[in-house]
Design a protein. Structure first.
Length: 303
C-alpha cells in the first residue's frame, strides 16, 4: 500500500517540490529552478504554508521563503495537516500547532502518531495495534487494527490482521465496506482502487464497482487530479477513472500528479511530466557515487 501522505517529497505542493540537490535537500519551483537553496539533511513537501526540514538531522519548520519559523529541536516531524503536526523528541511523541506550542503530549504512550485527517489521527500502541484519536488526544476508535491509512473522503483503509483482507471504516470506526480485498488503496476523488480475486477495480464509497480494470495491472494508485498511476511489470503508466490507458507503461518511476505535474524517470532521464506524459522539464539522472553504492543506494536520485 503506497498512499502518499501530505507533505511528500518530490511532489509539488504550494508551487514547490522538495528534491535532493547534490547531497542536501532543497526546493525547486514549477520551472525546475532552485527556489530554496539545498541546505537540509531531510525535507518534506509544503503543507499549510510550512514544511518540515532537518538541519544536521534535527527537525524544524520553514516557511515558503525558507525562513525557519519553528526552530529545529525535534528528532522527527511530520507535515502540518488541519493546523497540527506530529513531532518526536527521543521516544516521546507530541502534537504541536503552528506556533510550536504543544497541544498534546503523549510521552511514550504510543509508538506512532500519524497526521490528522477528518479530525482524526491514527495511533499505534506497542508496535502492534492501531486506533484513532481526536484533536484533543482522546481515543475515539479503539486500537484493534493491524494496519490503517489516514482518512480520505471520510473513509479509512484498514486491516484487522496482518494477512487478512482490507476494508474501509467511517470516522466512528464502523465498517462501511467490509474487509474483502486482497489489496487496496485509499479513497481519493470519490473512488478507491481495490483488488479482489486477481482483478482490480475502482469502487465508490458504497463499495459499488465504478469501473473494472481487470488483471492487466500489477498495481493501481489512487486518483489524483483525475489520473491514476499503474504498474505493469517493472514499468509505470497512466490511466483515467474508466481504466483507459492514457500513457503507455514506459516509466521506471512515476509519482502522483499534483498541481499538474508528476515526477517521472525513464532510463537516464528524470524530471516532471504533464498529463499527456510529456516532460515539462527534465535533466540527466545523476549517477550513484561510490559511497552510494557502498551504502546500497542503487537508485539514489539527485536533482
Amino acid at each position: 500500500m503506497n498512499s502518499v501522505d501530505v507533505g511528500s517529497p518530490w511532489v509539488f505542493s504550494e508551487g514547490l517540490a522538495a528534491v535532493i540537490i547534490k547531497n542536501h535537500w532543497g526546493y525547486i519551483n514549477r520551472n525546475g529552478n532552485v527556489e530554496i537553496e539545498p541546505k537540509f539533511t531531510d525535507a518534506a513537501g509544503f503543507s499549510e504554508g510550512l514544511a518540515a526540514v532537518a538541519v544536521n538531522k534535527i527537525y524544524g519548520f520553514i516557511d515558503r521563503y525558507g525562513t525557519m519559523v519553528i526552530e529545529p529541536k525535534y528528532d522527527f516531524a511530520l507535515a502540518f495537516s488541519e493546523g497540527l503536526a506530529t513531532v518526536q523528541i527521543g521516544n516521546q511523541l507530541q502534537i504541536i500547532d503552528k506556533t510550536g506550542t504543544v497541544v498534546a503530549d503523549f510521552g511514550e504512550k504510543y509508538t506512532d502518531v500519524s497526521q490528522f485527517s477528518c479530525g482524526l489521527a491514527s495511533v499505534e500502541v506497542d508496535f502492534s495495534k492501531c486506533g484513532f484519536i481526536d484533536r484533543s488526544g482522546k481515543m475515539v476508535i479503539k486500537p484493534k487494527f493491524c494496519f490503517v491509512c489516514p482518512f480520505n473522503d471520510g473513509l479509512a483503509l484498514v486491516n484487522l490482521t496482518e494477512d487478512g483482507k482490507s476494508g474501509f471504516i467511517d470516522t466512528t470506526g464502523r465498517f462501511v465496506i467490509e474487509p474483502q480485498f486482497d489489496e487496496a488503496e485509499s479513497f481519493s476523488e470519490g473512488v478507491a482502487p481495490v483488488k479482489k480475486d486477481g482483478s482490480w477495480s475502482f469502487i465508490d464509497k458504497n463499495g459499488v464497482e465504478v469501473s473494472r480494470l481487470g488483471d492487466r495491472f500489477d498495481y493501481v494508485m489512487p486518483l489524483s487530479e483525475g489520473y491514476s498511476q499503474v504498474k505493469m511489470g517493472e514499468k509505470y503508466g497512466i490511466i483515467d477513472k474508466q481504466g483507459n490507458l492514457l500513457v503507455d507503461a514506459k516509466f521506471d518511476r512515476l509519482n502522483i500528479f499534483s498541481e499538474g505535474l508528476a515526477y517521472a524517470r525513464i532510463g537516464d532521464t528524470h524530471g516532471y511530466i504533464n498529463y499527456s506524459g510529456s516532460f515539462v522539464f527534465q535533466k540527466p539522472v545523476t549517477k550513484p557515487t561510490l559511497i552510494d553504492k557502498l551504502r546500497g543506494r542503487k537508485d539514489w536520485l539527485r536533482w
